[in-house]
Design a protein around this ligand. Structure first.
Ligand code: HEM
Length: 406
């Protein structure tokens, strides 16, 4: 076991040079194993880039996700400010508290609930496509398509008022770029907190039976006293904010990848059974959850032959793991027929794995079984080199806009 601390190999997060490339620096960690990287404030952290090691950290309860731990590896100064002031949500709570809260929320995303939601979602996706067609080209696939679908979905599932969608979207955008604009991130979290606290209070005073997530939380958990309104509010802020742009960005990037690979797009149109493999490949290839996963070691331990001391910060990079050639052959290519792609870590793994995975998959499936079939001539309206990625500093990787025509 190596006990050598060593000099930082690169700054984390390293830049992605175009929407299709993972940062080249992470290759160093896949070659050498666990390495040192430098954070925004010059502090060193461990960077873990091999699939096997990233997976073992995600599954290991000796690593904490608590942002209050000294040496927690924040992505940027701005994100540190936001998360230390508003550490909202399941991602930043450790077991056993995390297990208790997760048991309350997980049943809301069951297969049965998703089956009930599917017909409404499919109908809404068709409406958004009809609106696009009616308005005519060109369009921005981000704004006019992906974001409409994901904000509507979260609002529908939560039982929030659709007339407030614009507010939820604005807050979500503030949260998305909290990594570069702390004031916007804090404002987004505070505004959502106030809104949801009032919404829950009204439901508590006037509980009317319904199947949506917020009504179930109020009737089954807040009123009986399993959960305080404050706890519920904090967890919901995180769900409502993170449940929008992550999936919207994945839809947009997935569509971009399909348009950049017309022969694969043709295969997908001919064989709709390919859709689930294609979606897994999109999740692997783009690995959009950029800040994942920051952890702090709770005891002395070893990862990939490297000694890690209690209290050390660690970044277990799913972006890097998903490009590990020992698991995914020819990892830099996009291949919707890739074998074994469902092993990707795009939704994380272990206790903190994505609770919204069933919703995100349902939305992606609704889109990629309909969009290109309904608008067969859909294509980029600008040269691909002009498509600008959000860089490694957003909460979820994406593109600023995706101009399309047909
Ligand atoms: C394509 C879309 C999405 C991707 C790629 C994604 C990715 C991830 C990843 C990698 C994690 C693990 C974080 C960690 O280990 O620290 C995570 C956790 C989480 N995600 Fe997602 N997510 C997506 C959509 C959603 C949606 C739609 C929701 C809400 C409806 C959601 C809510 C959450 C929550 C609450 C957690 C924390 C779970 C916990 O700590 O127990 N995500 N997500």
């Amino acid at each position: 076991m190596q006990d050598d601390v060593g000099e930082p190999e690169f700054s984390f997060p390293a830049p992605r040079r175009c929407p299709f490339e993972a940062p080249a620096e992470y290759e160093i960690a896949r070659e050498r194993g666990v390495v040192r990287a430098k954070l925004w404030d010059g502090q060193p952290t461990w960077f873990v880039g091999r699939y096997k090691d990233v997976s073992s950290i995600l599954m290991d309860r000796r690593f904490s996700s608590n942002v209050k731990e000294p040496n927690f590896p924040f992505f940027s100064e701005s994100r540190a400010k936001v998360l230390l002031a508003k550490p909202f949500g399941l991602p930043f709570i450790d077991p056993p508290e995390h297990s208790k809260l997760r048991r309350i929320f997980a049943p809301m995303f069951t297969v049965r609930n998703m089956e009930l939601f599917k017909p409404q979602l499919d109908a809404f996706v068709r409406t958004v496509i009809s609106d696009l067609v009616e308005k005519g080209p060109p369009a921005d696939l981000c704004k006019d398509f992906s974001q409409r679908i994901t904000v509507w979905s979260i609002v529908e599932l939560m039982g929030l008022p659709h007339e407030d969608e614009h507010f939820f979207h604005e807050c979500s955008q503030g949260n998305l770029f909290q990594t570069i604009d702390a004031a916007a991130g804090l404002r987004a979290n505070e505004q959502m907190e106030i809104y949801l606290d009032q919404f829950l209070a009204q439901k508590e005073q006037n509980p009317v039976e319904a199947d949506d997530i917020i009504t179930r939380l109020v009737i089954d958990h807040i009123i009986p006293g399993n959960l305080t309104r404050e706890q519920a509010t904090h967890l919901l802020v995180n769900l409502v904010l993170n449940g929008q742009d992550s999936t919207a960005n994945m839809i947009t990037l997935g569509a971009l990848a399909m348009m950049a690979h017309p022969e694969q797009l043709e295969q997908l149109k001919q064989d709709p059974d390919l859709v689930s493999n294609a979606i897994d490949e999109m999740l692997r290839y783009f690995s959009i959850a950029l800040p994942v996963a920051p952890r702090v070691a709770l005891e002395d331990l070893e990862v990939g032959g490297q000694a890690i001391r209690k209290g050390d910060g660690v970044v277990a990079s799913i972006v890097s793991a998903n490009r590990d050639a020992t698991v995914f052959a020819d990892p830099e290519s996009f291949d919707i027929r890739r074998e074994g792609v469902s092993r990707h870590l795009g939704f994380g793994q272990g206790v903190h794995s994505c609770i919204g995975r069933p919703v995100a998959l349902l939305e992606l499936e609704a889109v990629f079984t309909t969009l290109f079939q309904s608008i067969p001539g859909l294509r980029l309206a600008v040269p691909i080199e002009e498509i600008e990625g959000t860089g490694e500093t957003a909460q979820a990787y994406g593109v600023r806009s995706l101009p399309v025509t047909w």
